[in-house]
Design a protein around this ligand. Structure first.
Ligand code: URA
Length: 209
């Protein structure tokens, strides 16, 4: 678990606890995902490179810090990643956005890509891949492999929850990609769900169950 960053900010942890409760409504869950994601983005992006530019305040000229270089690219793993994406875009509205859709082949259990759309200049951007649950790690690892194939060089992975099994799979394939999470939970159950977890993130964000 070398490059795993647990974001232990009290606001993140408090809101995560509220989200985990089974009685939370769809509207409330969706709002909490958005708020937690914004707060996590703040931590995940704290090492963005800076430049300095001259500006003029109403009083005088000054050199002021500003973000350097190409902007960010958030990549959402469909569909639950879109819940995190919304919160991150609240903080960085000018970021570019990519989407990757993967499903698990029921026979082989291998992730199969059914949709991908990425910015052409992804190689020049800091890429932040988002998916609420890093569970088995296979979809996340496949998505990151596809991004590398498309030229992405600087990649971070952000999830709300993960489990030791998923981190192991992901880091064996992508030791160069840091993982940011709000919690490393105890374990996966026999169905690949994170325990204690929060249930199915997509269903809870979109109210489909
Ligand atoms: N996906 C989810 O939505 N929840 C889990 O616990 C695991 C994978």
């Amino acid at each position: 678990m070398s490059d795993v960053h647990v974001i232990d900010h009290p606001l993140v942890q408090h809101k995560l606890t509220l989200m985990r409760r089974k009685e939370v409504s769809t509207a409330e869950f969706r709002r909490l995902v958005r708020e937690v994601s914004l707060l996590m983005a703040y931590e995940v992006l704290r090492d963005l490179p800076m430049d300095s530019i001259e500006i003029e305040t109403p009083l005088e000229k000054m050199q002021a810090p500003i973000l350097a270089g190409k902007k960010l690219c958030f990549v959402s793993i469909l569909r639950a990643g879109n819940g995190i994406l919304d919160g991150m875009l609240d903080l960085v509205p000018s970021a570019r956005v990519g989407h990757i859709g993967l499903y698990r082949d029921p026979a082989t259990l291998v992730p199969v890509e059914y949709y991908i759309k990425l910015p052409d200049d992804i190689a020049a951007r800091q890429v932040v891949v988002v998916d609420p649950m890093l569970a088995t790690g296979h979809s996340a690892a496949a998505a990151v492999a596809r991004l590398k194939q498309a030229g992405a060089q600087k990649i971070k992975f952000v999830c709300l929850l993960t489990a030791p099994e998923g981190i192991k799979v992901f880091q064996e394939e992508h030791p160069d990609v840091p993982v940011y999470t709000a919690s490393v939970d105890r374990q996966l159950n026999d169905h690949g769900y994170i325990c204690p977890g929060l249930g199915d993130a997509g269903d809870r964000i979109y109210g489909t169950k």
